[in-house]
Design a binder for this molecule. Structure first.
Ligand SMILES: Cc1cc2nc3c(=O)[nH]c(=O)nc-3n(C[C@H](O)[C@H](O)[C@H](O)COP(=O)(O)OP(=O)(O)OC[C@H]3O[C@@H](n4cnc5c(N)ncnc54)[C@H](O)[C@@H]3O)c2cc1C
Ligand code: SF4
Length: 350
């Protein structure tokens, strides 16, 4: 009989991998370090997702229920993998719970870590209470409390969203584009305008990357229907005049300095490699790509394969990814892991 497959991380990718395997009758062991399943959309309290417009708790909640209710998925919450040894088809994983499990292959769906805006101090986070992140605004919306200035609970009448915070920034060692934050920010801007029709919302950008079909649904719609204003700018600093936050920078289209007051400034934070990646690389004996995400061995023929045979990777563990792409990758990785596990057990038996 084929051994179970180990899936590490119960975000959208890990949940999709376990579901794909359960659908073909394959048992899995799903190891999640947190006490709650669902990954970033649940742990960080996202509101409505792009592009589905579904509430994260409903959309990802469905995926969680599907996995935990399956008799083929053995869920281990609050658990980490401590040791991993063996060969494809015949691995042994030691879990932090003290248990040892025999598995045929492994799929790493360990995701990303949100950029910590404290690493961009000149843009005011950590200094001014009303400088917040996109995840904080998502939480304000998903909690039903609405968008309010944290300092005194007032309704903001002017909000600035600063794009590329912790992405595309060589000065702080983050060269990558986080892929989804332009679209998420356009969506948040529309949600703020919908909730607070008198609030002026400005998006400060270097470039707009509402890729593919998102250009129409988010970028143009936010301007044409919701009157969100876009300013192409380089931001120098976020300060305060004692009453309001002041965003200073240069309008790079007209090449003039601009200084504009706001009630709230939102950092559109990027996706960092998971802080656990170095540790995961040691435990699983795999290599990371140069930015610190988990590297895959081949771009086309074996996209889900890490540098170690029998260990696969999917989702935001590989680099900034959207939820739907993470799900698609995880489904592919699950099938590759199953094929590897079958092939290895068949050759061991024969
Ligand atoms: C502000 C913001 C808003 C976003 N909104 C959207 C959106 O609306 N639509 C969209 O498509 N994308 C959105 N994204 C991107 C989305 O968050 C990712 O695409 C998605 O979370 C990736 O899923 P994942 O399962 O690969 O990783 P994650 O969601 O990061 O899940 C990884 C899981 O692995 C667990 N884990 C990590 N390390 C370990 C370990 N060592 N051992 C065991 N478990 C571990 C984590 O606890 C977590 O549960 C947004 C991103 C940001 C920053
Ligand atoms: S998606 Fe947009 S905001 Fe995010 S890093 Fe790329 S260009 Fe910047």
């Amino acid at each position: 009989m084929t051994k179970p497959i180990l899936v590490v991380g119960a975000g959208p990718a890990g949940l999709a991998a376990t579901h794909a395997l359960a659908a073909v009758g394959q048992p899995t062991i799903l190891v999640e370090k947190e006490g709650t399943l669902g990954g970033a959309p649940i742990l960080s309290g996202y509101a409505r997702l792009v592009p589905s417009d579904e509430w994260a708790k409903d959309a990802i909640g469905k995926m969680v229920r599907r996995s935990v209710q399956s008799p083929l998925v053995d869920v281990r919450q609050d658990t980490r993998v401590k040791k991993f040894s063996g060969q494809p088809g015949n691995f042994t994983a030691t879990l932090s719970s003290g248990n040892t499990v025999e598995v045929g292959s492994a799929v790493l769906c360990t995701g990303f870590t949100h950029f910590d805006s404290i690493n961009k101090p000149e843009w005011g986070f950590g200094t001014f209470e009303d400088v917040v992140t996109t995840t904080q605004v998502e939480q304000m919306i998903s909690s039903g409390k609405g968008v309010r200035c944290p300092s005194d609970g007032r309704t903001p009448s002017r909000v600035a969203i600063l794009l590329c915070v912790g992405s595309r920034d060589r000065q702080i060692g983050r060269e990558w584009c986080s892929k989804i934050c332009c679209t998420v920010s356009s969506n948040i801007a529309m949600e703020i305008r919908e909730e607070l029709p008198n609030c002026h919302v400005y998006i400060y950008y270097m470039d707009i990357r509402t890729f593919g079909l998102y250009e129409t649904k988010y970028y143009w719609r936010s301007q044409e229907e919701f009157k969100v204003k876009y300013i192409k700018a380089r931001i120098a600093e976020v300060t305060s005049d004692g009453e309001r936050l002041i965003v200073k920078g240069e309008d790079t289209l007209v090449k003039r300095p601009i200084t504009i007051p706001f009630d709230m400034v939102v950092h559109a934070i990027g996706m960092d490699p998971n802080v656990d990646n170095k540790h995961l690389a040691e435990i699983f004996g795999i290599t990371l790509e140069p930015h610190g995400f988990i590297g895959s061995r081949d771009n086309y023929a074996n996209i889900a394969q890490t540098s170690r045979a029998g260990v696969f990777v999917a989702g935001a563990a590989t680099g900034p990814e959207t939820i739907d792409d993470s799900i698609a990758q995880a489904t592919a990785a699950a099938m590759a892991a199953l094929a590897q596990s079958h092939t290895s057990s068949a050759s061991a038996a024969g």
